[in-house]
Design a binder for this molecule. Structure first.
Ligand SMILES: Nc1ncnc2c1ncn2[C@@H]1O[C@H](COP(=O)(O)OP(=O)(O)OP(=O)(O)O)[C@@H](O)[C@H]1O
Ligand SMILES: [Zn+2]
Length: 732
């Protein structure tokens, strides 16, 4: 009797041995169910051993094996690598790969009906009505995909008859029952359809990618092109080449904020004649199960998704594209913390495929890797056709301040009026949702916060509520101060998009104005309609948060105004300058994407900040050079390593006491510095008080191993939880 070593989707430190029953064939990667305690649990086989291992042991037996292609060795290696790197149990990482386990079962089927063309021997008015509604669908091989077929219930209700009539017609052979898969396969993309005629430099970049795909084996590329230079068109060529080179190849495209950028799906469909398989947190359980199953069986050829799509167990992943690779939403901060860009490179390496990191403003980490020759550096310096990069001007708010109670300086006001007069569109960017980011009491000075935390409440006029953007806590706006009881004393301070919209309405009373933020664009339909109206020039001024910054092509947009360029520079974040530069050049890059030239006006109180100077001079490489010098001087990433340990407990006392014990247990290590404990970036989250240690080391040190050794020594009360964040992105 063989023995299977099984890793479960549970936070357990190691796999367990089980007896394989007679007649069951397992191999490494097989998906199985086996008893753990009183229940059957899902797991994968990591190894199959001979019967000598079973000798003298009483083993439980594997219950069932699922009918799915076993998880491949590169994927299993990937999961093990991630567990080690992120200092988590392998079973927890496995659970991320098996998020839609219902996809292990075949698609459910439902019975639908087609009219065969045969007429009933006896016609009645009720039967007549059914025949009028139902369609005569020819019995072709593709029938199982046909969504024009009716279910019995729908057909009966559309014909306004009882379902007995439908049943009778089916028995008489007039209608035929067809079993339809509830989760059909995705249409197969066609790589031979015509793409754009590439410009010279686009063709050079595409040529290098195709050559690498043709040669096979791991390679990594930085596709570095200014906004609107056609990076998407270039990676479409790489996708087409991959599809052509291997009839089973699968391609993963990672995009930030995928749920919000529906336009890209339409672009894929136009290019390949088939919509890609989507994967993101907004999918229904049914769609999730469908994409998961199709990825596992290798039938989803192009998957486009958010960071977690990297953990799908593809059957044959050949190419990964990380679009907007600098985007911080690729960093997962909750649970198993990881950066999808870094993991994408590792996954491609283990799969022996290619990875393309695309950006107009690469992360410093990526730029350094490209310079060191670890990535092939492909550049696109120009926009195709008549389109030019926008001029970026800084508006010094110290010398040209907005009027009292306003947020737009006279320079920006004039530009908005001119743009409207020219029949062109403007975009105002402000990364603050709601009306005002802070509410204070005029009588007593109280700042309204989420109870038990230091998080300010944001005023939302649209909904009449005060909302905490960190915890989600929200209340109707009180009519009197909760602290001193003064009536009508609460006042919103600072600008949010709603307040800026109010100001623009006063300035341009006849303009069509819309707010685009995650509050107004709830759901894919609303988002799509906003984007389409903007594309068709049915909106004159759009006021948006960072969700407008990415991916959109608005041909008639010629003015971008950045309301508060400095907001991202506050706080002691290691990447604050870099992030500000990236976000602002991306927003500015929305202007002038078609024939008409665009410009960007950037309001700032810090025009001599290096990020602002570089932005105005369009000197990205100069900016990266300064960042690089600072970080290498301070031995910060990518020239050194950082890790955080976050501990939390239900009370401040408990967490502070645990922090002392944890500090005392920190192992000594050459060149390793431990800072803290300090309050974590979010001090109180879901009722738990949080503290943080920050660990810094030179590059050559295996910081994951250090953190693992540290946590292994700890014996903590059960109410105290710790989590490790290797290469953290949130500070203070
Ligand atoms: N060779 C070409 N011929 C015609 N149109 C092109 C060509 N290359 C790009 N375009 C068009 O130019 C616009 C910008 O291209 P694309 O979106 O691929 O650029 P991008 O570099 O990915 O932009 P961003 O940095 O904003 O994401 C698109 O509308 C695209 O269809
Ligand atoms: Zn008060």
């Amino acid at each position: 009797m063989a023995v299977a070593r099984i890793l479960f989707t549970l936070p357990l430190p190691e796999p367990f041995d089980y007896a394989v029953p007679e007649g069951m064939t397992l191999q490494p990667g097989s998906y199985v169910a086996a008893p753990v305690g009183p229940h059957d649990r899902l797991g994968i086989v990591v190894d199959v051993l001979g019967d000598d291992v079973a000798t003298g042991r009483k083993l439980k037996t594997v219950t069932a094996v699922y009918d799915a292609p076993p998880m491949g060795a590169p994927m299993r290696e990937f999961l093990a690598w991630v567990a080690r790197y992120t200092v988590t149990h392998p079973g927890q990482v496995l659970a991320m790969a098996l998020r839609a386990r219902e996809g292990l079962l075949p698609s459910p089927v439902e019975t639908r009906y087609r009219a065969t063309g045969k007429l009933p021997d006896r016609m009645t008015p009720a039967r007549q009505k059914v025949l009028e509604v139902s369609r005569t669908v020819p019995n072709c091989p593709d029938l199982s995909r046909n969504d024009q077929l009716w279910s019995a219930v729908d057909l009966a209700s559309a014909a306004n008859v009882s379902s007995g009539v439908v049943k009778g017609l089916a028995e008489a052979g007039v209608l035929e029952a067809v079993e339809l898969e509830t989760d059909p396969s995705f249409a197969i993309p066609d790589p031979d359809r015509k793409g754009a005629v590439l410009t010279g430099e686009q063709a050079v970049a595409a040529g290098e990618l195709k050559a690498a795909i043709h040669a096979g084996g791991f390679s990594a590329f930085l596709l570095d092109g200014v906004t609107g230079s056609g990076k998407t068109e270039v990676y479409f060529e790489a996708i087409a080449e991959t599809l052509k080179s291997d009839p089973e190849a699968q391609i993963l495209v990672l995009l930030p904020e995928i749920a919000l950028t529906q336009a890209i799906l339409a672009r894929f469909e136009a290019r390949f004649g088939a919509a890609p398989a989507p994967w993101h947190s907004g999918l229904s359980p049914k769609d999730r199960r469908r994409t998961w199953r199709e990825a596992v069986h290798g039938r989803a050829r192009i998957v486009i998704g958010a960071r977690s799509a990297l953990f799908l167990p593809y059957r044959k992943l050949r190419l990964i594209i990380v679009d907007e690779e600098h985007d911080t939403s690729f960093k997962q901060e909750d649970g198993v913390t990881y950066h999808a860009r870094d993991l994408a490179v590792m996954r491609a390496k283990l799969e022996g495929g290619q990875v393309i990191l695309a950006s107009a403003t690469p992360a410093l980490e990526t730029a350094v890797n490209a310079e060191a020759g670890r990535y092939v550096h492909l550049r696109l310096a120009a926009r195709p056709g008549a389109s030019r990069l926008p001029d970026i001007e800084l508006v010094d708010l110290r010398t040209a301040p907005p009027g009292k109670g306003k947020w737009l300086s006279p320079v920006l006001e004039r530009a908005l009026m001119e743009t409207l007069a020219n029949g062109e569109q403007s975009l105002l960017f402000l990364n603050r949702r709601g009306y005002a980011p802070l509410v204070i009491c005029k009588a007593c000075g109280e700042r309204l916060k989420t109870p038990g935390t230091e998080n300010w409440l944001t005023e939302h006029r649209y909904s009449g509520r005060l909302v905490c953007h960190v915890t989600g806590y929200s209340i109707p706006k009180p009519t009197k101060c909760p602290q001193c009881g003064a009536p009508d004393s609460l006042m919103g301070v600072g600008p949010g998009v709603e307040r800026v919209a109010e100001e623009v309405r006063t300035l341009l009373p006849h303009a069509r104005i819309e707010i685009f933020s995650s509050d107004t664009a709830q759901g894919a339909d609303v988002t799509r309609s906003l984007v389409e109206r903007m594309e068709r020039s049915e909106i004159d001024v759009m006021i948006g948060t960072q969700i407008v910054a990415k991916g959109h092509n608005f041909p008639n947009l010629t003015l971008v105004g950045v309301v508060d360029a400095d907001s991202g520079l506050k706080g002691g974040d290691l990447r604050a300058g870099e992030r500000t530069y990236q976000l602002l050049s991306q927003v500015a890059g929305r202007a002038g994407r078609a024939e008409r030239p665009g410009r960007a006006l950037v309001q700032t109180y810090a025009p001599d900040n290096p990020a602002m100077e570089a932005l105005a001079a369009n000197d990205r490489d100069g900016f990266l050079q300064i960042e690089r010098d600072v970080r290498s001087e301070l031995v910060l990433p990518p020239f050194g390593r950082l890790a955080a340990m976050i501990l939390s407990a239900p009370s401040a006392d408990l967490v502070d006491k645990a922090a002392l014990d944890i500090a005392a247990a920190a192992p000594n290590g050459d060149g390793i510095e431990v800072f803290g404990p300090a309050p974590a970036p979010i001090t109180v989250l879901r009722g738990r008080h949080r503290r943080r240690f920050l660990v810094k080391s030179p590059r050559i040190i295996d910081l994951s191993a250090y953190m693992a050794a540290w946590t292994a020594r700890l014996r903590l009360p059960s109410q105290v939880r710790i989590s490790i964040d290797i290469d953290p992105y949130s500070f203070l």
